[in-house]
Ligand binder design. Sequence first.
Ligand code: FES
Length: 433
Amino acid sequence: MAIKTIESLREHLQWSVEIEHGTLPPYLCALYSIEEGHNTDAAEVIHSVFMEEMLHLTLAANVLNAIGGSPVLDSPQLMPTYPAFLPHSDEAFQVPLAKFSPESVETFMKIERPSDHDGLPEDDSYETIGQFYEAIEEALGRLSGELGEKVLFTGDPSRQITAEFYYGGAGKIVTVTDLASALAALEEVVEQGEGLQHEEVWDGDQDMFHPERPEVAHYFRFEELAAGRRYQAGDTPQSGPTGSELVVDWGAVHNMRPNPRSSDYPVGSEVRKHMDDFNHTYSGILHLLQEAFNGSPLLLAVSTGVMYGLKEQAQELMSLPTGDGTTTAGPSFEYVPPEERRQATREERRIVVLPGGPYMVYGDVPLVRKRTISSDNGDSLNWEKTEVIETEDVYALCRCGHSTTKPFCDGTHVRIGFEGAKTADIAPTAARQ
Ligand code: FES
């Protein structure tokens, strides 16, 4: 009964945004640490969980928007110093930024642990994320009853992220306008983490990478990795996974030093430059997400495009030695305040072509639209600037030509299998003549 007012409910839903976001950096670190071409199954597991955490973040934002709140993401609050406790948890365990390993999988299982059957709703210092959501669900129901749904759900529907703006992994986006849809959104979040009715290993969706098979909830997906075996029909949480073998090669992983900090490296050093780049890109993504959840839903797809650059940057970091002879650098996920984003990168302007992906543009390069000015007989004479396009200081431009958010990449290149192979004849002009 601690959530007694709409204001308190909004505050708790902002916490849920922070909790869902809090899982992303650790999952991304583990995912990026897997060496290219190895551990395909494990990479799929972590990738699918990451995608669903993005869905949960979006659903939490939808519920918060539906009750008249404004999700905040571009804030130092979202970027704790790792290792960190999950926001507002009972602080039973810390989550580090670490490579993929048996220990990191164990931590991920703690994050996703299903609630006990007799676990009570907990609106703060929660034991499990499921109990926290139970407290929110209880408050939504109670306040709807006390005040009336019309008084509680006053949010502007145009701030909702609807299916047309969302492409993700398994699971469904829910547009939230009333109590029933709010509860459906939160149920999706809890079931993807813990399993159907909190007692099955399945979450009711189909596997993102293998749509022919039902999907296992996050906790049990990580358990499959720990056990080296998949769940199969008939299995239960008590039986554990008894299906086919799931081979994990714990050695085919970049040996990233845990919990990297940029202050460990001198300004101007190779590692520091790459870390700063990464942090600028990530902070820009947080800004895009905040805008997307505050009335500019198209920017959600734009943030997806930039994430492809993030992967490239993290993997570059993981190829750089730290200097201790055994470990590599890694992404530190440190917050860069908006006022520092543009000035700090201005001298380092460059464009990187991602293989099979977008152009990553670094250093606050101005983006403008131009048209040609032609003479009366149709000859092109000059360029005229027609529009200055607002960007983050790091942004991704579509190279495949199929983005729905041109000129920005929205991730479509992956769905269409864009390879970006050069097709123009690059022989010398004389030879081509
Ligand atoms: S390159 Fe990403 S959508 Fe075109």
